[in-house]
Design a protein around this ligand. Sequence first.
Ligand SMILES: C[S@@+](CC[C@H](N)C(=O)[O-])C[C@H]1O[C@@H](n2cnc3c(N)ncnc32)[C@H](O)[C@@H]1O
Length: 229
Amino acid sequence: MTKANPIDLHPVQRLLDKHRVHKEEYELEIDGIKLRMVPNVFCPAYTNTSRFLTDNLTINEGESVLDMFSGSGFVGICAARIASRVVCVDHSLNAIKCIKNNIKANNLANKVSSVKSDLFKAIKVERFDVVIANPPLLPGKPRTLLETAVFDPGLKTTVKFFNNVSKYLKDNGRIYLLFSDVTKDSKLGGLKMIDDLCAENGFKYKVVATKPVGYESYFVIEIKKENNG
Ligand SMILES: C[S@@+](CC[C@H](N)C(=O)[O-])C[C@H]1O[C@@H](n2cnc3c(N)ncnc32)[C@H](O)[C@@H]1O
């Protein structure tokens, strides 16, 4: 019997350590966006993934956007450069505080709002043109709220996201999902999980960008309803 390769957790531990250094709010700027970070909130400057996602989004003027798993709000705020309205969602109170800081720092209170919610639970049903998602991608057990940014047992949050997102998406809408094939040697099966979740939930998808990083690759995946174009 062949044994699945264990996932190397050193890179994520280094990433978490960078976050744990911060005991107070700190400021930085990425791609012209000012961020006032709150401790224990996922910082888009400490990985390539958030910017890989924002570099590969297609947003059109006048569109409405839901930024699920928003963290600092960086991705939603990038989208708000073009979109007419953005709702940023996170389950962490620290993240909501951080998103509010950053809406203010970038003068976007007229376009961007935040909702504290476990996935879609506290969001009033509304259909968006675009839903963006950068979920936790490692199948481990989080011990702190910060760790819920990266660890999710069985990637159940991604499964629930697929099972519920349809009613928040216009029929001709698009989802942009950041995903990794880090689980390719486990029963989760890497990208095969996306094949299965799309098939089960009436979606089709295409990979719009791929970024190999060591032992895994990141993907930006564009997902549409099966009957959309
Ligand atoms: C990988 S971070 C992404 C942050 C941000 N979108 C970015 O790209 O910089 C994932 C975020 O998802 C949030 N999160 C995890 N589980 C969640 C859930 N069930 N509902 C809402 N937010 C969740 C975490 O608090 C964290 O801020």
